[in-house]
Design a protein around this ligand. Sequence first.
Ligand code: DOR
Ligand code: ZN
Length: 349
Amino acid sequence: MTQKLTIIRPDDWHVHLRDGDMLKAIVGYTARQFARAIVMPNLTVPVTTTAIAQNYRNRILAAVPEDLKLEPLMTCYLTDRTDAGDIRRGFDDGIYTAGKFYPANVTTNSAHGVADIRNIYSALDSMQDIGMPLLVHGEVTDAGIDIFDREAMFIECILKRVIADFPDLKIVFEHITTRDAADFIMESGPNIAATITPHHLEFNRNTIFQGGIRPHYYCLPIAKREIHRLVLRQAATSGSSKFFLGTDSAPHTVGAKESSCGCAGLFNASCALQSYLKTFEEEGALDRFEAFASLNGPKFYNLPVNKEKITLEKSGDTIPNTIPVSDTYIVPFHAGETLAWKLDTSINV
Ligand code: DOR
Ligand code: ZN
C-alpha cells in the first residue's frame, strides 16, 4: 500500500481569500499547500477594476506568513458595466488571469453580478480574442427554479448560448456538482474545463440534514444526490485533463454560519489535499492525483507547471476544531477529525 506520495506542488484554481483580519488568519493555510491560487473577486467591495485588483493582490502578499510563499492570480468581477478595455489591459499587463461571471445575486457578495449575460458580451468578445479564461458560477438565479436544479438549468439556459456565441472562449465551469455538468464537460471542446471541490467529492445532500440542520456543510452550489457525487468522483479520478483542482474554500465566522440565515461556504484550506487524497485513494487512483492537482490546471491556463515538489505521507493528520479569527473563529471542514494523509512540511524537493 502506498505510504508516501511526492508530486509537483499543486495550485488551487478557485479560492476565497477574503480581506482584513480574515485574510490574515487564513491565507497561510492556502500558501502551505499550494504554489498559486486563483483568487475570487467577491469581496464586500468587489474586485471590478485593475486598480482594485492590484491593491488587493498587495494586501494578500503582505498577509502571507514570512516562511511561506503564494502567487495570487487575480480575477476580475464582471458586472453589467464592465469596461472591456480595462479587462484587456489588465490581462495584457499581467494583473488579471481570468474574469469571473457571477449571475446577479447567485451567492455571497454577488449583488453586483451580471443581470443579463448579454451585458458582458463586449467583455467576452475581448476575452475570447486575448485568450483570457471566463470562470463561471454556473447556477441560474430564478427563485422559481428548485435549488437542486439550478446548475443543470444553467447549462441549458446560459452556458450553451455563451459557447455558441463565443466558440473559442476558454471557460472554466467552476465547482461542478452534477452529473449533467460532468457529462457536459466531457462532451465539450478542449477550451471548456471544470474544477471540482474536495467537499463535493466527499458528501451528498443528505449530510446537510443528518440528524438536524448542519450549516457547516452548506455551500453553493449546494451538494446534490449521491448519484451526482459518484459521477464527480469518476470525473476527478478519470485522468481526463478537463477536470482540475479548485477548493472553493470560502471561510465564514462561526456566527455567520450558525445563524437563522447562515452564509454559504465552507473552509477547507486546512485539509484540502488530505481530503482530495482520501477520495483518490478510495477510488484507487492515487497515480492520477498529480495530473488533477498540479498539471491539468496550468495546461488549461497556459501557465508553466510548478518546479517545486511536495510530499504527502500516510501518518495521520488531525484537523483543528477551530481556526481563530480576531475575537471569533471558523469551523473548518473535517474539524477535529483525523485524516490519513498529511503534508510533510519539512520536505521540499
Ligand atoms: O458556498 C459558497 N461560498 N459559494 C460561493 O459561490 C461563494 C462562496 C463565498 O464567497 O462564501
Ligand atoms: Zn467560490
